[in-house]
Design a protein around this ligand. Structure first.
Ligand SMILES: NC(=O)c1ccc[n+]([C@@H]2O[C@H](COP(=O)([O-])OP(=O)(O)OC[C@H]3O[C@@H](n4cnc5c(N)ncnc54)[C@H](O)[C@@H]3O)[C@@H](O)[C@H]2O)c1
Length: 257
């Protein structure tokens, strides 16, 4: 692939390294601020994309919507890793022609997390249907993390909620009271340099089932974004989430016994 990297921050740098390692060509690195010698331009347009076959965008919520519309209008396949714009998905859909664009987006391109989500959905469905298990979620991140709970923990809690008939709400602050029967509690710990650990627990009077995803680095996001780039450039037309790729690449081929 001829890759254009849009946004040369922490993720852009990882993606460039990984893309070159996989034998792809990096034809453009676009960033208005970064001073690195690899940056080829500060401005994103048809010419600075420099004949790329795919653009990989890890920029900022304030610019990503305009970027997506540009990729769609130019017919350039794009992988959108930038987060924080999902309240504008409907507006983006209106502005682009989904039949002719090739765009895939996700707030978490780690394939391990995406598969973990599928496991948690299915497990919640089973445990929720039984009516015997009380689910709760714990997450641990490094001491520098600015927010809590993590976005991933919120997504996990929502999946458990959607699949557990006895639960009606999520509570993610410190509890200074007894938890209500219909609440799912999410707890956060901050310390050390942990890249991110999420555990979903289903507990009954007789036993405990724990499902844990433990990230080792941010490189999993870059690997997933490059896999998504290969998938979207393989003749796909539309405005996809990562779930569509997973369904296509992994899940349809699996028959669970
Ligand atoms: N989807 C995922 O798997 C995943 C994983 C990690 C981070 N993210 C998201 O990706 C985004 C970037 O993360 P990061 O950690 O690399 O942040 P970062 O702050 O290190 O890098 C962002 C870069 O984008 C540049 N930028 C801003 N406006 C731009 C524009 N108009 N054109 C080109 N570049 C522009 C900035 O100058 C900066 O260098 C964030 O939204 C973050 O939440 C997503």
């Amino acid at each position: 692939m001829k890759v254009a990297i849009v946004g040369y921050g922490k993720m852009g740098k990882l993606i460039r390294r990984e893309a070159l390692g996989l034998g792809h060509e990096v034809v453009a690195v676009i960033d208005p601020v970064a001073q690195d010698p690899e940056v080829t331009d500060s401005h994103l347009d048809a010419s600075t994309l420099n004949g790329c076959t795919v653009a990989i965008d890890f920029t900022h919520p304030s610019v990503v919507v305009d970027n997506i519309v540009l990729y769609a209008r130019l017919g350039i396949p794009a992988v959108i890793g930038t987060t924080g714009w999902y309240d504008q998905v409907a507006q983006v859909r209106e502005a682009i022609d989904e039949q002719s664009c090739s765009i895939i987006y996700s707030g978490n391109f780690s394939l391990g997390v995406a598969l973990f989500f599928q496991v948690v959905k299915y497990a919640s469905h089973l445990f929720g249907k039984s009516g015997l298990y009380d689910p709760f979620i714990q997450e641990t991140h490094h001491a520098q993390k600015a927010d809590s709970p993590s976005g991933t923990a919120v997504m996990l809690a929502q999946m458990v909620l959607d699949n557990t008939p006895d639960k009606t709400s999520i509570y993610s602050d410190t509890l200074h009271r007894r938890r209500e029967e219909d609440e799912i509690h999410v707890a956060s710990v901050r310390g050390g340099s942990v890249p991110g650990t999420h555990t979903v627990t289903f507990d009954s009077q007789d036993d405990t089932i724990e499902l844990t995803h433990r990230a080792r680095s941010r490189e999993g996001f870059a690997t997933g974004a490059l896999k998504a780039a290969s998938w979207i450039t393989d003749g796909r037309k539309g405005f996809f989430t990562l779930d569509a790729m997973l369904e296509d690449v992994f899940l349809q081929r699996e028959s669970v016994q």
